[in-house]
Design a protein around this ligand. Structure first.
Ligand code: GLA
Length: 379
């Protein structure tokens, strides 16, 4: 795909001399959803699909971007802002440029095979790939954690999503064949090898995309903040929901907030347990953790939707499925399914057919191969 990006660039600008190519992968999350912005624990893994960026300095005084996927170009002058809405593909690139300004205007082409808007972190991948290219154009490297934080800031400032740090960190530092155990309070991580001979991870994209997903996501963050303020009124030492205990849940009178905290507490526990199941290749237990995580995201955190509930429940009817759950921010997007090796395609075919029957919409299934690590190459 690096070669394809180079060729597409040459077609777009007449030549691809002196381009820098960078790529960064999308991600799945084994478990640990809506915990990252509560200083909690997460266990994501990079995808075998990535966003590719080809970039070099521009000679005509303007920034030029081109998206191969959308077949759309954006041009603007340095020091200004392109006329695009927050969350538009070009807003992530312009945002990264704003945070890591190159010494002159640039030409940048983006393409990739991370499904867009499906909850597989195509935007974090775009931020990280752009960031890696900008490092080269600036002649100065940025520590991986810092680059991830810059990407997170771009989401907050230029896309209006108050996301946590999980997606950017795993896209930047995730390793092939490993899950990433990340503590979002200390910002320390560990690469956990996955012995995957006996299993397959299957992602099923419901193709449900809800406009309200961003506002609902931000609403959950605000609820967590409110819950924290309640707890701090009686326990000034508590700094985040990560450190909430069962007694805090009892003290809060509002049942919605009780459920939100309960999810964060139980999901953090599940991440710890999941980590040890991966280390011991205990897939039966990991599958049960998937199911419990889904229940909690559905009932306590209320970020699932009918279509994802259907996908997860239907997949779990198969003896070859250890467990299934909705994944990511919620309100649409993908489920992740842990299946016995070799059974993924049959399960995908059957779940897809049942879903299509019911919702007249064909979901897309991907069996995840070994992840593609972020990297940069020069001409
Ligand atoms: C989105 C956000 C992440 C994380 C997940 C939910 O992917 O970008 O920071 O909060 O949702 O776990």
């Amino acid at each position: 795909m690096e070669q394809a990006a180079r060729e597409a660039f040459a077609k777009w600008r007449g030549s691809a001399d002196r381009v820098v190519i960078a790529r960064a992968p999308g991600r799945v999350n084994l478990v640990g959803d809506h915990t990252d912005y509560n200083d909690g624990l997460v266990l994501p893994m990079i995808l075998d699909r990535a966003v590719y960026v080809a970039a070099r300095f521009s000679l005509d005084g303007a920034h030029h971007f081109w998206s191969e996927n959308y077949r759309e170009g954006v041009t603007y002058s340095p020091g200004q802002w392109p006329g695009v809405r927050p969350g538009h593909w070009a807003s992530y690139i312009a945002g990264m440029i704003q945070e890591l300004p190159p010494p002159g205007p640039i030409e940048l082409l983006v393409m990739g095979d991370v499904p867009l808007g499906a909850g597989l972190s195509s935007s974090a991948a775009l931020e990280m790939a752009t960031g890696l290219a900008l490092e080269a154009l600036r002649g100065k490297s940025v520590p991986p954690l810092e680059l991830a934080q810059i990407g997170q800031r771009v989401e907050h400032r230029y896309a209006g999503v108050k996301c946590g740090i999980m997606d950017q960190i795993v896209s930047r530092v995730g390793r092939t064949g490993h899950a990433l155990f990340l503590d979002c309070h200390t910002l320390k991580w560990e690469h956990i090898p996955i012995q995957s001979e006996d299993i397959q991870f299957l992602v099923i994209d419901s193709r449900v995309r809800r406009q309200l997903a961003t506002s609902k996501y931000n609403e959950r963050r605000a609820e967590c903040q409110k819950a924290l303020e309640f707890m701090q009124a009686s326990d000034a030492a508590i700094t985040s929901l990560r450190y909430a205990g069962a007694h805090h849940v009892k003290e809060i009178k509002e049942s919605v907030l009780q459920r939100r905290i309960r999810h964060v507490i139980s999901e953090n526990n599940r991440v710890e347990a999941a980590c040890s199941t991966v280390i011991h290749s205990d897939w039966g237990t990991l599958g049960r953790i998937f199911s419990l995580s889904h229940e909690s995201l559905q009932g306590d955190y209320e970020v699932s939707c009918e279509e994802m509930d259907f996908l997860a429940a239907h997949a779990e009817l198969f003896p070859g499925v250890f467990g299934a759950r909705m994944m990511g921010g919620g309100f649409g997007g993908c489920t992740i399914n842990l299946a016995r090796a070799g059974e993924g395609p049959a399960i995908a075919a059957s779940v897809t057919a049942a879903y299509e029957d019911k919702y007249e919409q064909k979901p897309v299934a991907h069996i995840i191969g070994p992840g593609l690590e972020a990297r940069r190459s020069y001409d």
